[in-house]
Write a protein that binds this ligand. Structure first.
Ligand code: CTP
Ligand code: CA
Length: 226
């Protein structure tokens, strides 16, 4: 009957977190990106550190100034492929993977080596896109001992779509997030999420700061790990 303080509840555990947005280069000076701020993922990383974990952050584009510290390793990436390679590299050693990144789903089918010039007579520019690798799905189906956690960014039918992602990606947990609300979606300081897990009732959490949600989520994950 030993009570663990929250400071050591994740001691010896390795948490791998992907955050921020990945980009898809179009030509040497342009890219396709998204509005992810990285705030939610960074809050989760902070919570994990507070609870004593070893944390590896794979960071795409983010507004946050990231700095390595004790028990925190940071690896910057730009494209989805780069993020995938880094996640693959660290996956074997981690106890939990949290995909909090806004991963670019598509990339230009052909990246040109020279800047695309505008033609004054051209009214339409066609850009052909091809899907990127689904990192969460790959890892969800490759896991052995790891707990695999994903997010679901939805603008409609939030729970039904998130439930599909839980099953389809082989995840152990999906944090469903309605991004149609500007106060709780991308770039906001607050968030409102529902936690989905296989064979368990959804947990609908009240609106809270991303900091609070990060703590609550890491606590739930820690319970599930032990
Ligand atoms: N994800 C991923 N690799 C991708 C796309 C998404 O690992 N190529 C992860 C995200 O980090 C998130 C989860 O999958 O944890 C769900 O992302 P989301 O964008 O909500 O769903 P998608 O599966 O990409 O489907 P869609 O964008 O069409 O809703
Ligand atoms: Ca997506």
């Amino acid at each position: 009957d030993q009570v663990m303080s929250s400071q050591e509840i994740l001691k010896g555990k390795h948490v791998l977190i992907a955050l921020g947005g990945t980009v898809a280069p179009i030509d040497p000076v342009r890219y396709i990106g998204n509005w992810s701020s990285g705030k939610m993922g960074w809050s989760i990383a902070q919570a994990a550190l507070t609870m004593g974990a070893e944390v590896t952050v794979i960071a795409g584009r983010t507004d946050i100034h990231l700095e390595a510290q004790k028990r925190l390793m940071i690896q910057r990436v730009r494209t989805t492929q780069e993020m995938y390679e880094q996640i693959e590299k660290h996956f074997g050693q981690c106890d939990v993977l949290i995909m909090a990144a806004a991963v670019a789903d598509f990339k230009p089918a052909n990246v040109v080596q020279q800047k695309i010039k505008k033609d004054p007579h051209q009214t339409v520019l066609n850009l052909q896109l091809t899907p990127t690798v689904d990192i969460l799905k790959k890892m969800g189906h490759r896991k052995n001992h790891q707990l695999v956690v994903g997010f679901a960014a939805e603008t409609q039918d939030v729970l039904a779509n998130a439930q599909q992602k839980l099953v389809n990606k082989g995840a152990d947990m999906i944090v469903a997030n309605d991004v149609s609300q500007t106060t709780t979606g991308f770039n906001a300081d607050n968030n409102k999420v529902t936690i989905l897990r296989p064979q368990q009732k959804p947990l609908a959490w009240p609106t809270a700061t991303k900091h609070e949600i990060g703590q609550r989520l890491m606590k739930l994950i820690a319970e599930q790990l032990s």
